[in-house]
Design a protein around this ligand. Structure first.
Ligand SMILES: Nc1ncnc2c1ncn2[C@@H]1O[C@H](COP(=O)(O)OP(=O)(O)O)[C@@H](O)[C@H]1O
Ligand SMILES: O=P(O)(O)OC[C@H]1O[C@H](OP(=O)(O)OP(=O)(O)O)[C@H](O)[C@@H]1O
Length: 182
């Protein structure tokens, strides 16, 4: 199978990271993209490269990110090396902002995006349970959750209100309708 980029979007706390980890465990042919983030190091959830804002700006200016955006007071970058990885035949999963989807679709015309969904009650419970953000930050993230997708964003909705195993199985059916690669 040829290489491709698979976007994962959805509100904070919906389970994007959990679904991505579940997918790479279930399908070894899928690999995660490590994002560069101006977040303090070691906060868990995902394996990211922590950088200071100055460093981020420098790399963005040097064209080292194929996509980047700002959210929650942080900057997020997707390393440009994903292009060569895709050209080599890799199938990559990347956690994206919904706001960056129109741009991402321009840069990666074959982009397939799963929009993970859950009820507001589920989101609130999961964010509190995760424990990475303060209560004030959680309130802000919940407000952001109800924003509509930007115009032109093409996504396939996938509910994560049920068990993680169920969601991962449904994601595999969407991503590999014919045959799951080894
Ligand atoms: N299907 C699920 N059922 C129960 N808990 C879940 C499920 N999916 C994710 N979680 C939990 O919800 C919290 C938020 O998940 P996370 O993957 O960090 O979400 P996101 O990356 O979208 O912010 C984590 O504590 C995670 O373990
Ligand atoms: O424009 P939005 O779709 O609202 O997304 C904004 C940001 O939220 C998520 O970040 P992050 O993974 O840091 O946060 P989360 O785990 O709380 O979703 C996502 O990856 C984006 O970077």
């Amino acid at each position: 199978m040829s290489g491709r980029l698979i976007g994962i979007v959805g509100p904070s706390g919906v389970g994007k990271d959990s679904v991505m980890h579940g997918l790479v465990e279930a399908v070894p042919a899928l690999k995660l993209v490590k994002r560069t983030i101006t977040r303090a190091p070691g906060l868990g959830g995902e394996d990211y490269e922590a950088v200071l804002e100055e460093e981020f700006d420098m790399r963005a200016g040097a064209g080292e990110f194929c996509l980047y955006w700002e959210a929650h007071g942080l900057y997020y970058g997707v390393p440009d090396t994903v292009r060569t990885r895709i050209a080599r035949g890799e199938q990559l999963l990347v956690n994206l902002s919904r706001a960056v989807l129109p741009r991402a679709q321009e840069v990666f015309p074959e982009l397939l995006t799963l929009n993970i969904t859950a009820t507001p009650e589920t989101l609130a419970t999961r964010l509190a349970g995760r424990g990475r953000e303060s209560e004030a930050e959680i309130v802000k993230r919940l407000e952001r959750a109800s924003r509509p997708l930007p115009e032109g964003a093409k996504v396939t909705d996938l509910s994560n209100d049920g068990s993680l195993e169920e969601t991962v199985a449904n994601a595999i059916e969407i991503l590999f309708p014919q045959k799951v690669p080894l």
